[in-house]
Design a protein around this ligand. Structure first.
Ligand code: HGY
Ligand code: MN
Ligand code: MN
Ligand code: MN
Length: 402
């Protein structure tokens, strides 16, 4: 397709949830998310696609085959997510949904009729940007998280996932595994912007996702006056926290993985008070499980030692874990061949495709990111590469929906 055609549809969602930073605030069930869902529904209606929300709040548009179509009735699922991290980029998620709509247009314009359903999915809370656990919609579908836990997850204001869902008109009582839907899915293909500088061609195919997880860390001490408490008398959790940030980076560097502390909350959060508590979140990723385990073990023991010296408390608890994902090798090779020998590359970023890969033959297409920036306003993709992504996705859907 041509770049201008991509841009026309893309521009329709560009203002939704855009902040002054140039990044996006598109949290699940927020006004922006509901506006995107309404836009998705309108696009589906324009194309005569049947829409549906599953028990976990994931939204779908179905391109149904003609009655009596030859295939076994199982669907080819494509799509991604609308939600963003705070001040995230424009492409992470929505690119996969917009590209899917355009790929359907392209296939129809070419006279293609699918032999099996082609379904476009918009997954809920992929980023965990509001409720903390990433890929929540797909995890629920796959039975990878207890629905009671999901319902009780809270956002920064104390609103639970269940309350947010209900306020948006969805039913949180229905949350839970959806094995029938998984069984009715022949393949899932998620198109996504590449999130680093690893892809030097318009379109690539994913090989694997690094194992990764999130941990909540609580540093506790004694709140006190910044002007009257002598240094030896302090039990300052901020000190232990500061050590932990450096320790995470050091352990990751030594082991050959990645560790990030990108979110922190201090109590009481006053300039002239020693904090009584610091809560922070660790994100760690690695090329394999052993390296990830080594980072965590080294980190925990160093911070515990340090906390003992600081007279502070330190507790760390996992909030989500995603094991290594090796995408279906046959599908990966088939798609790379189909796309004329497209580059095949792993990623350190998590995706709904990574969750569903345990249940359904799954593949990912990546679109080149010239800045290599993601989860920040600088995330980029050229219209030409996005159009190439649409062409690639259309070719893949044609191949899989025959
Ligand atoms: O952070 C992550 O990789 C999540 O998918 N988006
Ligand atoms: Mn993301
Ligand atoms: Mn994403
Ligand atoms: Mn005072």
């Amino acid at each position: 397709m041509d770049a201008a055609g991509f841009r026309r549809l893309w521009d329709q969602i560009a203002p939704i949830g855009r902040a002054d930073s140039g990044g996006y605030l598109r949290f699940s069930w927020s006004e922006a998310d509901l506006a995107l869902r309404a836009w998705f529904d309108a696009q589906a209606a324009e194309r005569g696609l049947r829409t549906e929300t599953d028990r976990n709040g994931n939204r779908y548009a179905h391109w149904d085959p003609e009655p009596g179509a030859a295939a076994d009735g199982r669907a080819v699922l494509t799509g991604s997510h609308f939600d963003s991290v705070p001040h995230g980029g424009a492409y992470d998620g929505p690119l996969g949904i917009v590209s899917a709509l355009l790929a359907v247009d392209e296939l129809r314009a070419a006279g293609f009729t699918p032999a099996r359903p082609v379904v476009i999915g918009a997954f809920t809370e992929e980023e965990g940007g509001r409720f903390g656990v990433p890929c929540l919609g797909s995890r629920l579908m796959a039975g990878a998280i207890d629905p009671d836990r999901a319902r009780a997850l809270t956002d920064a204001d104390g609103t639970t996932f269940a309350e947010a869902m209900r306020a948006a008109g969805a039913d949180p009582d229905a949350l839970g595994p959806d094995p029938d839907r998984l069984a009715a899915t022949a393949a899932f293909v998620e198109l996504h912007v590449e999130q680093g500088r690893a892809l030097d061609a318009p379109v690539g195919v994913a090989s694997a996702i690094w194992p990764h997880g999130r941990w909540r860390m609580d540093f506790t001490g004694a709140g006190d006056h910044a002007g009257t408490t002598r240094l030896p008398d302090r039990r300052d959790p901020m000190l232990t926290f500061a050590f932990a940030v450096l320790a995470a980076r050091k352990e990751a560097r030594l082991a050959g993985g990645l560790a990030t502390v990108g979110r922190v909350e201090a109590v009481p959060n006053a300039t002239n008070a020693i904090a009584s508590r610091v809560t922070a979140w660790l994100d760690a990723r690695a090329p394999d499980e052993a390296v990830l385990a080594a980072i965590l073990a080294g980190f925990e023991s160093k911070v515990c030692e340090r906390a003992a010296r600081d007279g502070t408390g330190f507790a760390i608890a996992p909030e989500s874990a995603t094991p290594i994902v090796e995408f279906d090798a046959a599908l990966r090779d088939r798609l790379a061949d189909l796309l004329g020998g497209a580059p095949v590359l792993p990623t350190g970023a998590g995706h709904d495709a990574g969750v569903l890969a345990a249940h359904v033959p799954t593949a990912m297409l990546f679109v080149r990111n010239p800045t290599g920036v993601s989860h920040a306003p600088g995330e980029a993709a050229s219209d030409e590469d996005c159009a190439a992504g649409v062409d690639a996705l259309a070719a893949v859907l044609r191949e899989l929906a025959c």
